[in-house]
Design a protein around this ligand. Sequence first.
Ligand SMILES: Cc1cc2nc3c(=O)[nH]c(=O)nc-3n(C[C@H](O)[C@H](O)[C@H](O)COP(=O)(O)OP(=O)(O)OC[C@H]3O[C@@H](n4cnc5c(N)ncnc54)[C@H](O)[C@@H]3O)c2cc1C
Ligand code: FES
Length: 279
Amino acid sequence: MENPYLPKRVRIEKVIDETAGKDIKSFVFSFVNPQDRQAFAYHPGQFAEISIAGSGEIPIGIASSPTEGDMVMFTVKRMGVVTRELHNSSPGRIVGLRGPYGNGFPMEELKGRNIVIVGGGFAFTTLRALAVYLMGDERRKDYGDITVIYGARTPGDLIYRQELQAWASRKDMNVHITVDKGEPGWEGREGFVPAVVKQVAPSAKDAIALVCGPPIMIKFTIPILFELGFAADKILNSLEMRMKCGIGKCGRCNIGSKYVCKDGPVFTYAELQNMPQEY
Ligand SMILES: Cc1cc2nc3c(=O)[nH]c(=O)nc-3n(C[C@H](O)[C@H](O)[C@H](O)COP(=O)(O)OP(=O)(O)OC[C@H]3O[C@@H](n4cnc5c(N)ncnc54)[C@H](O)[C@@H]3O)c2cc1C
Ligand code: FES
């Protein structure tokens, strides 16, 4: 039996400085062995464990959509030991990758629905994967209205800026970008994400809302979604608990009887309401 902890070798092909010298970069990886890419069958909302010899291993959400080809992308904020080492890496470096893990977004359940994507800060990564997936030419017809509300502290903190601009110009997608505080040259919207959700007021009819962001944003967004008529089982959150194994073995990530790495990281708000408030 194959050792589930053994990472596959991936090469850093591209490093994208998402926030102009701040602390968020995207890393595009290719698999050294193409067969490993085939085995890495993922869908939006899942995560993987990235390892760097001598530094450690960390869980990171998959920011690319499986429809984007053989490359796999991760967007990483510099936090500590491993993320710093990754940020200091250049294209060509080989690192380890194991996964994909977690339940991801319920792709079948999203079919035929209006989709409301609400993201804040760098937690927008797996929502980016979802939006790219849903907007693919062959799949767009499978979904109703797609609304994206995304915010960051300042214009410089917005990730995927070029892509957001391209989405905003599409007629089959409602995109609302906001920053907490603008700066000279910023002509877009200012305001916190929950307030923008209230202003945009996406209909709850046949809709599912997917919300990822800092806890404070989630805390204030959920009541507004309730006001708009979203039921708790039609609001999805992705949790970022501390993890180690990523495969439900070590017990590091559990909340009550649930393993966030295996039963999650995506939970409905209804599920979260029934779990101990440890997240
Ligand atoms: C399912 C999942 C998906 C994730 N997706 C992403 C992603 O897409 N992009 C991204 O940048 N990060 C993501 N994270 C968080 C990422 O795993 C941590 O930032 C990373 O493990 C920090 O490792 P480090 O060695 O650099 O930091 P360490 O040296 O271990 O710690 C440095 C600092 O970061 C804090 N920290 C460490 N882990 C976490 C954590 N899980 N949550 C909050 N604070 C933490 C520590 O308390 C410490 O203050 C995700 C986490 C999970 C569980
Ligand atoms: S990280 Fe080990 S059980 Fe979830």
